[in-house]
Ligand binder design. Structure first.
Ligand SMILES: CC(C)(COP(=O)(O)OP(=O)(O)OC[C@H]1O[C@@H](n2cnc3c(N)ncnc32)[C@H](O)[C@@H]1OP(=O)(O)O)[C@@H](O)C(=O)NCCC(=O)NCCS
Length: 159
């Protein structure tokens, strides 16, 4: 049975919890002031997923003309493998569509099989790579979802 959850926009009160989840997930962290400034910027929307009143997942977008970029996606370790990652991606895709984006793009570590599988399950396609994209020298895989039929398919994904 799916546990009750709430998906909602990222708010200032969430920033500490979100930073903790991202740090524990080895994602790049940004100073709180930058995060606060992003909250006031329509071009950098975020979503969080709560279970039992606690934030357990976060996703965020950066909107360029015609295209949205997923800049962060993480689920707390104890809450993984319950469909929350897929729910967050589906929410980000729906948000990008509602804001007029024609595609959603992201970079993911080549070694990150969990995330590559998650995005592939949401109909993202691997369209290229950026060599030595990460500070430790690892390559990034570029994945894209065109928001025509593909976006609707992702929105209809289970969960
Ligand atoms: C990637 C991440 C967000 C997935 O979150 P999650 O809530 O566990 O994902 P879900 O339960 O929604 O899983 C959806 C699909 O993702 C894939 N997946 C998730 N975790 C996986 C794992 N450990 N191994 C293989 N596939 C995995 C599967 O295809 C899964 O579908 P299935 O359950 O039908 O097999 C989570 O592992 C995470 O926060 N990782 C650290 C941060 C990170 O890598 N972020 C991505 C940056 S681009």
């Amino acid at each position: 049975m799916t546990e009750p959850f709430v998906l909602r926009p990222l708010m200032e009160a969430d920033l500490a919890a979100v930073a903790a989840i991202e740090e524990a997930s080895d994602l790049p962290t940004r100073p709180l002031e930058v995060r606060r400034a992003d909250l006031g910027d329509e071009g950098t929307p975020g979503v969080v997923l709560e279970v039992g009143g606690a934030v357990v997942g976060v996703g965020s977008l950066w909107l360029a003309p015609d295209e949205a970029h997923i800049t962060s996606l993480a689920v707390a370790g104890e809450a993984r493998r319950r469909g929350h990652g897929r729910r967050l991606v589906t929410a980000l895709v729906a948000l990008a569509r509602s804001l007029g984006a024609e595609a959603v793009t992201l970079e993911v570590r080549a070694s990150n099989g969990a995330a590559r599988s998650l995005y592939a399950g949401c109909r993202f396609e691997e369209v290229g790579e950026r060599r030595r994209y990460y500070p430790d020298g690892e390559d990034a895989v570029i994945m894209t979802l065109a928001l025509d039929d593909g976006g609707r398919a992702a929105s209809a994904a289970r969960g």
